[in-house]
Ligand binder design. Sequence first.
Ligand SMILES: [Zn+2]
Ligand SMILES: [Zn+2]
Length: 333
Amino acid sequence: MKGLLTYTDSGIYCPQGDFFIDPWKPVGKALITHAHADHARPGHQSYLAQTLNKEILKLRLGADIRLELLNYGSSTSINGVNISFHPAGHIWGSSQIRLEYKGEVWVASGDYKVENDGFSGAFEPVKCHTFITETTFGLPVFKWKPQSEVIAQINDWWRANAAEGKTSVLCAYALGKAQRILHNIDHLIGKVFVQGAVANVNQALERDGAKLPSWVYASPEIDKKEYPGSLVITPSSSVGTSWMRKFQPYEVATVSGWMQIRGIKRRRNSGQGFVMSDHADWDGLNQAIVDTGADRVYVTHGYTDVFRKWLEQQGLEAGIVETKFEGEVLENQ
Ligand SMILES: [Zn+2]
Ligand SMILES: [Zn+2]
């Protein structure tokens, strides 16, 4: 990768502006697309992020980080490089980062999805010459159902469990999927409890301005008679731990894009699978790329080899940005 952005072993780097985007080694200045652990790492001297990420970044990286914030629709300049943030639709506050220098425009997507989930902000196509796209689910086999259908499946599962006097334990990433579920499910079915890590994220996002429907922290003080008929949202790391005992009798299900792959579903031993991802599917990636109008595309995360070849067949100039850590699995915490 060469030009306004290049690649070093600390991550994606802008030589003209002397800053990095989502670097994985400690650097001087880090521009952060969103608060997931594989993008927002501790130890940088200073951070620049979109305003909606303020409290969630402090929760995850420490209250004492040096953090500058930029609103959507505003821009700032570092050594002549114009910088702005644009909604990526992936999780709350997730942003694409647009850079412009002497008329040349690059956009680094971070993680994104094109379907509007009603909570994370609508993905905004941004015109550019060079686009750096994630390809976490960059194979034609990945094709998501509309969110409304998957949410209806989850509601049906919850309702059926409630009718049998059972607790519904739903495994979802603490940052992103958990709030997307919370925002969209039918709260008339019953009460919604969340595990501790999810509660902490919820509180941080509420301080960042998110409006979440009612949820209750499943604290040790709560009488276990309250759980039958309710929905409990928790990261999948809780499954099989003694923490789960108080929800008996219960059913477990997992919601993730990876649930489309049968082998993963079996291996995780986490009950029923609902296929829903916070990343773009094959069609979503292709739509996003076309909409940028870019004639040069770099791919990162996931099925990069396949996707690069596909782009070249479409007549685009394409390359791969190697990343140290891969995929959505890391975000499960
Ligand atoms: Zn992410
Ligand atoms: Zn990611």
